[in-house]
Design a protein around this ligand. Structure first.
Ligand code: SAM
Length: 254
């Protein structure tokens, strides 16, 4: 597959659904249950801090449920519900559940009544969602006024298609190259040998303005340095500690 191709909406949605089903095991083995230092050292503690004392919590694109399981252990909650369109993720989420509930649904069509959650979480999901406005409108609809949206993305500036480390042996320079940041594009990227994952790239302003249009207003933005356990995996890239991989937005429903 050509990672430069820009797919049409319906075609991309079909390909994306197949790829998520096909790669569910890859995700579960490599990124959950303590396998990934970015989750254990950074993502899970950050989500926990931003969710705070939330009690009625929905996670959109929940995968096998690691974020909700973490939230269930860290404070008293009344209801934890996760939705995901991928059956292979939901099966394992149900097996691993510590009381959280899981339903099959996608971000653009949430099967809940208006204003029934005080917190919505989306962790590394919206960079795979085609209809940004539709999905954000759904988040705003199911949140009660004053509710919080904890919104984590692969950093849209630094994770643009064609970004990556350049190790220039001649000039003895090492730097992170940024691809075409302003070009919105649907791509299928080979994230490791033989593993193809669908992405939708958009600039940060698209996310913030679309959220603002639904009444989701920025309260805090976090761009953390990669955690120590991640940096230790490739110590030769010293500059990596100055390039954030993650963007966290804490938005509030007005
Ligand atoms: C990178 S995984 C993250 C899973 C989980 N949030 C976590 O942090 O462990 C992305 C998840 O997004 C789901 N996903 C893909 N497209 C989606 C959509 N349109 N709506 C909701 N979830 C989607 C996939 O099935 C997959 O489980």
């Amino acid at each position: 597959m050509d990672e430069q191709e820009d797919y049409l909406g319906a075609e991309f949605k079909g390909i994306a659904a197949e790829l998520w089903s096909h790669n569910a095991g890859w995700w579960q083995e490599g990124f959950t249950e303590g396998a990934d230092p970015e989750y254990t050292e950074q993502l899970l503690p950050l989500v926990e801090r931003l969710v705070g004392p939330g009690r009625l919590i929905l996670e959109v694109g929940t995968g096998e449920g690691q974020v909700l399981r973490h939230l269930s252990r860290t404070a008293p909650r009344e209801l934890l519900v996760g939705v995901d369109p991928t059956p292979e993720q939901l099966g394992l989420a149900a097996e691993r559940s510590q009381g959280e509930l899981y339903l099959r649904a996608e971000a653009g069509s949430l099967p809940f009544r208006d204003a029934c959650f005080d917190t919505v979480v989306a962790c590394l999901v919206f960079e795979h969602v085609t209809d940004l406005e539709g999905a954000l409108a759904e988040v705003a609809r199911v949140l009660e006024p004053g509710g919080g949206f904890v919104f984590l993305l692969n950093h849209p500036l630094f994770q643009t298609p064609d970004s990556g480390w350049i190790d220039d042996q001649v000039l003895e320079e090492q730097y992170w190259r940024i691809g075409r940041y302003l070009e919105e594009k649907r791509t299928v990227e080979e994230v490791e040998k033989g593993v193809f994952i669908p992405f939708v790239h958009r600039p940060l302003s698209r996310y913030l303005n679309a959220a603002r249009a639904c009444g989701l207003v920025l309260e805090e933005m976090v761009e953390p340095a990669p955690p120590a356990g991640f940096l230790a995996l490739a110590p030769e890239y010293y500059e990596a500690r100055f390039v954030p991989r993650l963007l966290a937005l804490h938005l509030r429903r007005s």
